[in-house]
Design a protein around this ligand. Sequence first.
Ligand SMILES: NC(=O)c1ccc[n+]([C@@H]2O[C@H](COP(=O)([O-])OP(=O)(O)OC[C@H]3O[C@@H](n4cnc5c(N)ncnc54)[C@H](O)[C@@H]3O)[C@@H](O)[C@H]2O)c1
Length: 337
Amino acid sequence: MKPFRILTERFLGLHLLLTEFMAKEKILVIGASGQIGVELTLALRKIYGASIVIASDLREENPLLKGTGPYVTMDVMNKELLHLQVNRQNVTQIYLLAAILSATGEKNPNLAWNLNMQGLLNILDIAREQNLKKVYWPSSIAVFGPTSPKQNCPQQTIIEPTTVYGISKYAGEFWCNYYFNKSGVDVRSLRYPGLISYKSPPGGGTTDYAVEIYHEALEHKHYNCFLEKDTYLPMMYMPDAIRATIELMEAPAEKIQTRTSYNIASMSFSPEEISAEIKKHIPEFTIEYAPDYRQDIANSWPQSIDDAVARKDWGWKHEYDIAAMTEDMLTNLKDAG
Ligand SMILES: NC(=O)c1ccc[n+]([C@@H]2O[C@H](COP(=O)([O-])OP(=O)(O)OC[C@H]3O[C@@H](n4cnc5c(N)ncnc54)[C@H](O)[C@@H]3O)[C@@H](O)[C@H]2O)c1
């Protein structure tokens, strides 16, 4: 047989294998129109193919998702319809991102508790009943409370959250652990820090200031910050968070030793520090501080996180620091504007 023909046949064989693998996987992203959902859906579609990843949300399709793959309107609270969709579309993996975040949760505790808990329980039940291959559900640094260590807060420590959001995330972590141990549901989770991104706006968290500040710096050269200047919080740039999520989901199951949720970290900074970083690019930028109810939430959280366990178990490594992130944020927001 001629070498070219052998190569062609090998390529075709590989291609067929890949196609077969793809045909067996179907990923459903719930909450796909949110801050994380948009970027995660686009990243998953890039890796696995457009038709493999179904985006869904209660609200309308985010404009950045339009034309990039299938979209369905869905309420995670409607278990019957959800079950039907999972069955009909032969879904094998779910990424559940629908939630009420920390600041909005304090304004509407019942809504936050109901959505954050029942939404998760619906998905875990469906995963068990349908024998789904994998589930992803994010927790948050909001699980930690005032009695947790402020610096380098470890994976396992005193955890006494004081916000309804933090309580719901902590309870959720133990539901994940329970479904893994009792029913073998392969559910994986990360405790995200505050996430900074330019594509889709944040959804009502205490760390939202670190996104708003870039928009305001470019538009008005001034920002009124709702946190005190020396409020240090753990933060992460979205590309690192998306990569962490996909790497966690791609890791072999035996490497995932923590079935509650993993600490992950990349940087910690205060409003004063991010403002100084922005001034390097926009010297006339000014900032004022007028702390509101979100200051109490921020004060209850650690200032930095120890993520040694994630680094050891599945090789987590961050890329962006505050300088690289600021440069990238300002460049991309300028290009978009
Ligand atoms: N963004 C952050 O800084 C951050 C930090 C830690 C943890 N998290 C967690 O990550 C996940 C996603 O956060 P996000 O920042 O993208 O939030 P977001 O508010 O931007 O997006 C959530 C999406 O869920 C949708 N949704 C709400 N109710 C729904 C329902 N009943 N059915 C279907 N969809 C519904 C919303 O329309 C929204 O598009 C959440 O679990 C959040 O707690 C986020």
